[in-house]
Write a protein that binds this ligand. Structure first.
Ligand code: NAD
Length: 324
């Protein structure tokens, strides 16, 4: 019989963390989750859920009162464009997320964990390669010379380098993924930290048939969006592999924001008019380049965007209906 593995998931009260804990439990892990808050939608499956602040090194140390084989570091001060690109939260984002990573890298080293996963972001890619909405460049080797378009992206780049340094100097076994716009049920859908797919699903769910919704920017900016189950699958495959990364975990089905609205309206069977208004949008184009993940893991995500949108819309519509 194989021994049960113990894992810590930092950010377990968040969107991806909640889904990841569920997956680890299904795989037979003992899981300790930690977060500043509980999961808003009850997606809590950890054996032990600690409410704690990972900016406090003592809190981080105390997580290791038993032998821990794997750490998944997903905690970060983050949100969608309305949070990241206004500049109002820059100091907070950099300070909070960097402190969490400094603490967790050090505690994981001290306590000899076998492997630590770090969730970086496509936001670390240079803005100069993402000015053409039809042809963005986001292959892993295009990261330098660095020029992320937000402090959130700079912090991610710093922390990638932090974990890679721990790997080189202390032999800490790290795995790094650059997530590209993860979406799905049980994620933030209102309140200001929601991202484009959730915000659009909410606006369409709230709109009348034949109504109008506001969309930030000219709507011609492009992105790709990865469904949560595929993200979690990618994380597990990376952790089981011998490949350190950084590697993209994202979809390469690129779509403009206006076309995404049309897709959501189609799923909702509503006629919706788009009103493009000024607002924070980030780079003009972004798409995941999946060549490296395919080469290293023999895998890449495959769920069509419309299928993920359809599952997400149903869930957000149920939340909107409940809140009326
Ligand atoms: P999320 O905001 O839902 O989850 C992050 C969690 O970290 C939150 O629950 C938050 O309370 C927790 N946290 C923040 N500060 C903390 C602290 N000091 N101590 C303890 N917990 C703290 O975000 P998510 O979408 O689940 O993202 C998870 C990770 O993936 C983050 O690192 C994020 O930067 C990265 N990422 C996400 C996306 C995406 O599209 N969702 C894209 C790229 C990268």
């Amino acid at each position: 019989m194989s021994k049960i593995k113990n894992a810590i998931v930092c950010g377990a009260g968040g969107f991806i963390g909640g889904h990841l804990v569920k997956k680890l439990k299904e795989e037979g892990y003992w899981v300790r989750g930690i977060d500043l808050k509980r999961n808003e939608y009850g997606n809590e499956h950890a054996d032990d859920f600690i409410i704690g602040d990972l900016r406090d090194p003592v809190v981080c140390e105390n997580l290791f009162d038993r032998n821990i084989e794997e750490v998944y570091q997903l905690a970060a001060d983050m949100g969608g464009a309305g949070y990241i690109f206004t500049g109002e939260h820059d100091a907070q984002v950099m300070h909070n997320s960097a402190t969490i990573n400094l603490n967790m890298a050090e505690s994981s080293r001290k306590h000899g964990v076998n492997k630590i996963f770090y969730s970086s972001s496509a936001c670390m890619y240079p803005a100069y390669n993402q000015e053409d909405p039809d042809n963005p460049q986001c292959s892993e080797d295009s990261a330098y010379p660095a020029a992320p378009d937000s402090e959130y992206g700079w912090e991610k780049l710093f922390s990638e380098r932090l974990y890679l340094s721990y790997n080189r100097n202390y032999g800490l076994n790290v795995r790094i993924a650059r997530f590209h716009n993860i979406f799905g049920p049980l994620g933030t859908w209102d309140g200001g930290k929601e991202k484009a797919p959730a915000a659009i699903c909410r606006k369409v769910a709230q709109a009348k048939d034949g109504g109008e919704i506001e969309v930030w920017g000219d709507g011609k900016q492009t992105r790709s969006f990865l469904y949560i189950d595929e993200c979690v699958d990618g994380v597990r495959r990376l952790m089981k592999s011998e490949f350190t990364g950084p590697v993209n975990i994202g979809s390469d089905e690129m779509i403009s924001i206006n076309d995404l609205v049309k897709m959501v309206a189609g799923v909702a069977a509503k006629k919706i008019t788009i009103k493009n208004i000024p607002g924070p949008t980030g780079v003009r184009g972004r798409n995941s380049d999946n060549q490296l993940i395919y080469e290293k893991l023999g895998w890449k995500p495959s769920l069509p965007l419309v299928d993920g949108i359809s599952r997400t819309y149903s869930w957000i519509k149920s939340q909107v209906d409940l809140s009326r």
